[in-house]
Structure formats: C-alpha cells, structure tokens
Design a protein around this ligand. Structure first.
Ligand SMILES: [Fe+2]
Length: 318
C-alpha cells in the first residue's frame, strides 16, 4: 500500500505567532519524513520473503510501521488543528467539553498543563473522543503508545521539539500559547461531529434472556454498602462450586438444579439478585424462573467474575 500525502490543511500565513517557516519546516521535514518512512516500511513488509525472514524481524518492521503511521496521522491532525482564532468554540464543542471537563477553562488548564509538562521532552497532546464512554479526554501520545484504543483524536498539539525549536528555542510555553491562539475550533467541531457517529463497542447481547432484567455488579455493591435489603443468590452449578474457593460476601449459594427445594425460603417483599460464574446462562435462567413465580428477581451481569474484577469482598466458600 502506498500512503498518500495530505496537503497542508492550515494556511500558514494566517497563523498568529507561529511563522510559515516553522510550519513549512515541520511539514516538510518531520511530517514528510514520517510519511516516507511509512511508505518504505510498508513496501518492505509487502516484499518480505516470508520463507527467509524471522518472525522477530517482521515484528520489528510492524512496530516501526505503526509508529510511522501514527506519526503521519497525528501530524495531519496537528496541522488541521490550526488556522482558527483559538477563542470561539462552537456551542456543540463548548458544551461537550464543559460536560466532560467541568468547563472550557478547566479543559484548557489541563491541556496546556500537559503540554507544558512535556516541554523539553517529546510527545503530543490530543483531545480524543472515546466512543465507548461517549466522552472526550485529553491524552498524551508518544511514538509507540499514541492512541487510546478506539479513541478518535479531534485536536492535536505537537510537543516534539522539532515542532517549535526552530523559532521558539527552549521557550516551549510561548509555543503552547501560540498554538492555543490558533486553534481552528470550527474544524474541531466538524471532526467532533464525525467522531460521535462512531458506534461504541457492541454490548453483550443475550436475546434468549432479553426480557429478564439485569443489574450490574457496581449496582449490587451499592445496594450492599447502602444496607438496602436484597437477597443475593449465588447459583453457580454444583460441579463448578466444588472447585470454587470463594463466594461473594453477602451471597448464599443455592444449587440451581434444586430450585424447587429452596424457592420457598425466599421473601417476596425483598428483591432477589441471582448470579452464576460469568453471567451467561444459569444466573439468567434462575432469575427468569423466579420472576415467573412472582419474585422481583434480576441477574447480576458478568456474574461471580464481574464481582471479583470489581474487587468486591468475598469470603471462603465452604
Ligand atoms: Fe511534529
């Protein structure tokens, strides 16, 4: 694959305090180098004689390729982040930032603080939309750990020295201030609108239990800490529990195959939470049966291991 060069997105002569010379050098020498490196690596990988190349060599090439690709993409985003007046945030962006950072000022303080903290070192500061949580986050990106997986960066500030040394020398904070003065917020808004169209990761679906309500392990923890009366039943199968060493504190174990024998011990006035090992089948099935018998029952999503992953308290299972 041959990666195409993106034309310079911002108009360098319009920038306030960042000269065309700095942008040109950055674009030509650093962005250009990253793109060329990427294409050389990509070609090298395509032409590898797999019979004669070790897996380790392939891994090295793929690492270098990922770094060059990230450098290319984020340089393009950096140049596309400039060209505005830095002050006027479209409402959609201002509201999104205020929702996720408290206020635009707080966002700005954090973003600038990270940038100044990187001065003299290297990396980038990105404003990134994370579809999983539907929120924006500031992140640091350096060569090999540039991206929040699945995140969509919408604003990039290049803090590699090559981005400012030519004109700002060691005065990185003046460069950061100049960057902030030139943010093209209307372009950020368009990228934000594109980013929020990315679907979050597909949630687990269990169509066979679609009509059985679930409760998260976090919610169960809250019920327990607040002292809300709730009957928690661990219905891990008997063959499994014979090997199990621990059980959720606050839960009692009941054999799911003998539900008829213990259903009469449950109270109908208190809600019931059932769970199994991973939350797939037996916990849901038990909750479903209990609901049909008139109990206010739900299954705990993720089961015993969701509770363990939350570091919820457990006790020895006897
Ligand atoms: Fe750069």
């Amino acid at each position: 694959m041959r990666y195409p060069l993106a034309p310079l997105y911002c108009r360098p002569w319009t920038l306030n305090g960042i000269s065309p010379r700095l942008i040109e050098s950055h674009y030509e020498n650093n962005y250009g180098a990253a793109l060329n490196r990427l294409n050389v690596l990509s070609e090298e990988i395509e032409q590898l004689d797999r019979g004669k190349t070790s897996d380790q060599s392939l891994v090295r090439l793929k690492r270098d390729e990922a770094a060059a690709l990230n450098s290319t993409l984020l340089h393009e985003l950096y140049f596309a982040s400039l060209g505005g007046d830095g002050r006027v945030l479209p409402d959609a962006v201002a509201n999104a930032i205020a929702k996720d950072f408290g206020s635009v000022d707080r966002w700005r303080q954090e973003f600038v603080g990270i940038a100044n903290g990187l001065a003299g070192g290297s990396g980038r500061v990105l404003l990134t939309y994370v579809p999983r949580d539907g929120r924006l986050i500031n992140q640091i990106a350096s060569d090999h750990d540039q991206s929040i997986a699945g995140g969509v960066p919408i604003l990039a500030l290049d803090m590699y020295e090559h981005a400012y040394h030519l004109e700002f020398g060691a005065n990185a904070s003046a460069y950061v201030a100049a960057f902030m003065r030139n943010i093209d917020w209307s372009a950020v808004k368009l990228r934000y609108e594109d980013a929020i169209k990315v679907a979050p990761p597909r949630p687990l679906e269990q169509p066979e239990f679609a009509d059985v309500p679930s409760i998260s392990a976090e919610e169960v923890r809250e019920l327990l800490t607040s002292g809300t009366p709730v009957q928690i039943i661990d219905t891990r199968p008997k063959h499994y529990t014979s090997k199990a060493q621990d059980i959720m504190q606050g839960a009692v174990w009941r054999d799911p195959e003998r539900l008829d024998e213990w259903i009469g011990t449950l109270s109908k006035t208190e809600p019931v939470v059932t769970f199994c090992v991973y939350g797939f089948h037996i916990g849901c099935g038990t909750a479903s049966t209990l609901r049909k018998a008139g109990f206010d029952a739900r299954y705990m999503a993720g089961g015993h291991f969701a509770w363990k992953a939350l570091k919820g308290p457990v006790k020895l299972f006897e």
